[in-house]
Design a protein around this ligand. Structure first.
Ligand code: HEC
Length: 106
């Protein structure tokens, strides 16, 4: 499964709005995608592994779009990462925000 939305500036921009707005991704994953650095969240308050560094190119290469989409749908068991589709995000919004997540690797 690959992202059906092209990586155009407008898709990435829409993804950023979701990341910083209704998806509240920024609270845990950071404005720069590096995780809790600079966030208000106390690391001790999250169960399980802390949010990883989205700018890590090895991680970007290791994960397929389908895997990232699956996490947005199902959450990541044993971590603070909840399921976002369909309660918070539509599938289209999820693909947009994933374009923004991918932009941290560029
Ligand atoms: C309550 C804190 C929190 C929020 C809010 C949150 N995440 Fe996460 N997320 C985590 C944690 C913790 C993990 C598990 C550790 C990891 O894989 O980085 C995770 C994992 C992920 C992963 C999987 C990484 C992997 O390789 O397994 C993706 C993709 C992701 N988050 C994207 C998002 C997006 C997009 C949003 C907003 C729609 C979001 N997260 C909101 C805490 C959060």
């Amino acid at each position: 499964m690959s992202n059906p939305l092209p990586a155009t500036p407008s898709t990435v921009e829409n993804g950023k709005k979701i990341y910083e707005g209704k998806g509240f991704c920024r609270a845990c994953h950071g404005a720069d995608g590096k995780g809790l650095l600079g966030s208000d969240i106390d690391p001790g308050s999250l169960k399980g592994p802390l949010p990883r560094d989205f700018t890590d190119l090895d991680w970007q290469a290791a994960r397929t779009d389908g895997e990232l989409f699956w996490i947005l749908k199902n959450g990541s068991k044993g971590t603070a990462m909840a399921s976002f589709i369909p309660l918070v995000l539509t599938e289209e919004e999820a693909w947009q925000v994933l374009r923004y997540v991918r932009s941290f690797g560029q």
